[in-house]
Design a binder for this molecule. Structure first.
Ligand code: ZN
Length: 721
């Protein structure tokens, strides 16, 4: 290795010279913010030196080991250090660490750009990829992956286009960061345009009439008694209960104002980002981002036409189902003078977006819906966690044993060893279940360290599972939805953990096509609701009684919901946007026109989704939002197999899909589940999912009218049915 020996300062840095720990767990108690910058600089320098060594191999001597494998093992320290940094910027956030991440991120992009345009390196990889030296499947896969990375990167462009690509990339980084920052600032109540609906104590009785004391409590300022309402999912209880329409409107408008208000308006930025992405796609010879992204080798759904046909089908069904739901809501709203959802009517007389939760709640209650407080009594986090462990063992053979071997950065974090029947540890799960002010919201899984060889030593995988359960840990009661979230994240966790078939971290990874990545997680949710297993953990916190059958049935029943229409609106907006090759002068107008065709309840304010839609604008989901519904179809198909073959189907799923990492494409792996069970491989259609979830009569109606389906040409300019 041509890297010079460590300086005294480097040797003292626990990220550069990690103290020996069990299974090479990061030395959490020794890592400090100031260690990151020098560590990342050192790791980048080391990676450059490794690349120089690869380039020193003459073209004639190039082979799999000295080029492809050597390249795979390049920069492993970068991955290791960045995963620790990203732990801190998600689970223990401080401004200092966020700034470090932004600064170091710029250096890392520069590094990737340099490597990705290194002609000498590319020549050697190409030489091996094109040679007829024998390779096994794993070697072939790794070689193709490395080669494709270059072939589809900027290097395949001429010198001029390459320069243009990198310029566009710089612009994109800058503008997407600003896009995210504007949304973040809107969430900050101290910002001029930040989120804040303040209801002074004296006005609570009128402006928050109908809202329970329990729902208000988390939003009440202890000193003044005023109620301060911010982000919407968290304050949904208030929106559901509030009788005052003006307050509902204020809460809703405040939340949907993200990226839409004053100096934080993202319209121009979103338009620029869209245009930059289209220009990049065009440099590579594609007409649009959609064409560049939805391809058989990159997405399980295969082609844009497939995706459009699917969304068209869903829209047909979701529209009809949603109309039925809105009609029921209107019956309740009529008492308040709201009699229509016609977008042309006055706001006073029409159902508006801020009314939905409130009246839906009334409909739900009248239909004998579940009382959320009653529901929560059955799901106590520690008991739920024990149930989850039993399910993971039964379904996937994943045996989790808690360990106190590690000093973790926060006392909430539990660590589990996964053990083989021999007792040998083959993976580590870190589980971080509770809310903290320094932790990002939501639930997620992080493949902190994929399994594989590092510096000649096998590393067991480290999988980090996160939820955001209640702050008050004395009562750890959660909804069934939150129980399913835990199963969801452990489904991703199993995917990350079992992907350990090869020596290579990049193949033992869950970076499969996006439209299939939610399959293991959503399929694992199914097991949470299986009656026998459910009874083993869903016990009343005070009486230990099982949940009454009536309540269980209600909790687990599948019926049409407004969510399907919403997912369809978002999926359509994404595809319409990224199949438009032109610069869009007003995103707000574009979004309004798109939603006009896909929504039933119009939002006539100027607050539009696209200006806050991080997934598709600043995130990686451009022309990929459909993935959420697509995964549902895959899960539905897996459920059918499970119903027919029982545990055998789960075994096949584990063997052919969950354990396969990136060794095969997701659609090959998925088809292999069918083959393993002796079932014919079939193209995935939304109809099975829709029928299973109570949309059968709407499908029949759509078929009778012939408005969707394989022979009906798709157009964005359709009119509402
Ligand atoms: Zn997920």
């Amino acid at each position: 290795m041509s890297v010079s020996a460590l300086t005294a300062e480097q040797a003292a840095n626990p990220l550069i010279n990690p103290p020996k720990t069990k299974f090479n767990m990061p030395a959490w108690d020794k890592i400090k913010p100031e260690h990151f910058e020098p560590a990342i600089e050192w790791a980048i320098e080391k990676a450059y030196a490794q690349i120089e060594e690869i380039k020193a191999v003459s073209l004639g001597d190039a082979n799999y080991e000295n080029i492809i494998e050597a390249y795979e093992f390049t920069g492993q320290d970068i991955g290791r250090i960045v995963s620790v940094l990203s732990y801190y910027t998600n689970n223990a956030i401080t401004d200092e660490l966020v700034d470090i991440e932004v600064e170091q991120g710029a250096k890392l992009s520069e590094f990737s750009a340099k490597v990705g345009t290194d002609v000498d390196l590319y020549e050697r990889i190409k030489k091996v990829a094109k040679s007829d030296a024998p390779m096994n499947d794993v070697q072939r896969r790794l070689t193709d992956k490395a080669f494709k990375g270059f072939e589809e990167g900027p290097l395949s462009l001429g010198a001029e286009d390459q320069k243009k690509y990198l310029e566009l990339q710089n612009e994109l980084s800058r503008k997407t960061a600003q896009f995210g920052k504007n949304i973040k600032n809107h969430m900050d109540p101290s910002h001029k345009y930040g989120l804040k609906v303040v209801v002074p104590k004296a006005e609570i009785a009128t402006r928050l009439a109908g809202v329970s004391a329990d729902a208000l409590k988390p939003f009440t300022d202890e000193a003044t008694g005023d109620v301060i309402i911010g982000a919407l999912p968290e304050s949904m209880d208030i929106l559901e209960q509030c009788q005052n329409r003006e307050t509902r409107k204020a809460i809703h408008t405040n939340w949907t104002g993200r990226g839409n208000i004053g100096a934080l308006n993202n319209d121009a930025l979103a338009s620029d980002i869209h245009h930059l992405k289209q220009q990049q796609a065009q440099l590579f010879g594609y007409d649009t981002v959609v064409d560049a992204t939805i391809r058989p080798d990159k997405r399980a759904a295969g082609t844009p036409d497939n995706v459009l046909n699917i969304l068209h089908r869903i829209r047909d069904v979701a529209f009809r189902a949603s109309k039925d739901i809105y009609d029921k809501i209107l019956v309740e709203a009529a008492a308040d003078g709201i009699t229509t959802y016609d977008a042309d009517a006055d706001d006073a007389a029409r159902l508006c977006p801020w009314d939905l939760a409130y009246y839906a709640n009334i409909v739900n209650k009248k239909a004998g819906g579940i009382d959320p407080e009653e529901e929560k009594k059955y799901f106590d986090v520690p008991v739920v966690m024990e149930g989850l462990k039993r399910s993971m063992k039964r379904r996937f053979g994943l045996v989790l044993e808690e360990t106190k071997d590690f000093k973790m950065p926060h006392e909430d974090m539990q660590v589990f060893y996964s053990k083989k029947p021999s007792g040998e540890v083959d993976g580590i799960f870190i589980v971080d279940l509770y809310q903290r002010t320094t932790k990002r919201g939501g639930a997620w899984m992080d493949q902190m360290r994929p399994a594989g060889m590092v510096d000649g030593e096998w590393q067991v995988p480290i999988t980090l599972v996160n939820c955001n359960y209640g702050v008050d840990k004395k009562s750890q009661l959660i909804s069934f939805d939150s129980v399913e979230t835990l199963y969801h994240e452990f489904g991703h966790g199993a995917h990350g953990h079992f992907s350990q078939k090869t020596p290579y971290q990049s193949l033992n990874s869950i970076n499969i096509s996006w439209d299939a990545v939610e399959l293991p997680s959503q399929f694992n949710e199914v097991f949470a609701g299986l009656r026998r297993h459910f009874n083993s953990y869903a016990r009343h916190a005070e009486t230990n009684a099982k949940m009454p059958k009536k309540l269980y049935d209600k909790l687990t029943e599948t019926k049409p919901s407004l969510q399907l229409l919403r997912q369809n609106e978002f999926g359509m907006l994404d595809l319409e946007l990224y199949s438009n090759p032109n610069k869009i002068s007003s995103m707000t107008a574009f979004n309004k026109a798109a939603f006009d065709r896909t929504q039933l309840i119009a939002n006539k304010t100027d607050n539009v989704m696209v200006n806050q839609f991080s997934h598709i604008i600043s995130g990686g989901y451009s022309s990929g939002y459909y993935s959420y519904v697509y995964a549902d179809f895959m899960v539905s198909a897996m459920e059918d197999l499970f119903e027919k073959h029982g545990q055998k189907a789960v075994n096949a799923f584990k063997r052919e899909f969950v354990s396969i990492g990136c060794l095969k494409t997701a659609s090959e792996a998925f088809d292999n589940i069918y083959r393993a069970l002796g079932e014919p491989v079939q193209p995935l259609s939304p109809d099975g999912y829709l029928r299973k979830n109570g949309y059968g009569k709407y499908l029949d109606a759509a078929d009778a009218e012939g408005t969707s389906g394989p022979n009906v040409p798709f157009s964005f300019d359709f009119k509402r049915p």
